[in-house]
Design a protein around this ligand. Structure first.
Ligand code: SF4
Ligand code: SF4
Length: 231
């Protein structure tokens, strides 16, 4: 079994709800607390497992804003695991989830330098590295209703841009959508074989803006009516 996320870049609106839900859920439990520094000060910063980057791509009028959520990719050949000198960073054989044993981590930062996806963060309060756990404390919690045994970010996404499942199962919803929509890994050339996949943005037909500002009959009529009403 290889559990991971699929994120639909065509649907993500960059609302940051997933990042907030992640922070909220993981403010308790095994990796808690996710520290904030100066949360209400001039330069707030903190530990986040999931961050949304936004990029403007293409040339006008074919430009578009792409919102790109990024968290740990739970790589098959994770360098963060091999470089860890204390064995704190490890990959679970049973489901492929990469975790950090907080009792063994000495906060040396090797794993964060090794990770090309920027998934590792040093928590200065605890002196240990923190990262996305794939909400391991939710997905295996048998006290929760089955439909809630999903990562907090997946459950909260209002656009349903996030999916969770087993990449090893060819019939799982995530495997099917990856096949059908041409889902891809981020930077596969590095050879880490990340579990998480992204679904590409669909090509949109640009709307011509040539006639913008030239009002049609309807708009002119609306303008006259508005003037009359004002008087
Ligand atoms: S909650 Fe969903 S739509 Fe909002 S930023 Fe996260 S992935 Fe994108
Ligand atoms: S799977 Fe859980 S820990 Fe990972 S980004 Fe989503 S909410 Fe955060």
């Amino acid at each position: 079994m290889r559990l991971g996320l699929v994120i639909d870049l065509d649907v993500c609106v960059g609302c940051h709800a997933c990042a907030i839900a992640c922070k909220e859920w993981n403010a308790s439990g095994a990796t808690a607390p996710l520290t904030d520094y100066q949360p209400y000060g001039a330069q707030p910063s903190g530990v986040w497992f999931n961050r949304i980057r936004s990029y403007e791509v293409g040339e006008y009028p074919n430009n578009k804003t792409i919102n790109f959520p990024m968290s740990c990719m739970h790589c098959e050949d994770a360098d963060c695991v091999t470089v860890c000198p204390t064995g704190a960073s490890y990959k679970r054989a049973e489901d492929g989830i990469v975790l950090v044993d907080q009792t063994k981590c000495m906060g040396c930062n090797y794993c964060s330098w090794a990770c090309p996806y920027g998934a590792r963060e040093l928590d200065r309060e605890s002196g240990t590295m923190k990262k996305c756990t794939l909400c391991i404390d939710r997905i295996y919690d048998t006290f929760m209703p089955v439909e809630e045994r999903q990562p907090a970010c997946v459950l909260t996404c209002p656009a349903h841009a996030r999916m969770f499942g087993d990449m090893d199962d060819a019939n799982s919803a995530v495997s099917v959508v990856i096949r059908e929509r041409g889902g891809y890994q981020l930077m596969p050339e590095l050879g880490y074989n990340p579990t998480n996949h992204y679904l590409p943005v669909r090509k949109a037909t640009p709307i011509s803006t040539d006639n913008m500002g030239k009002s049609g009959f309807k708009d002119r009529l609306k303008g006259i009516v508005n003037k009359v009403v004002k008087r």
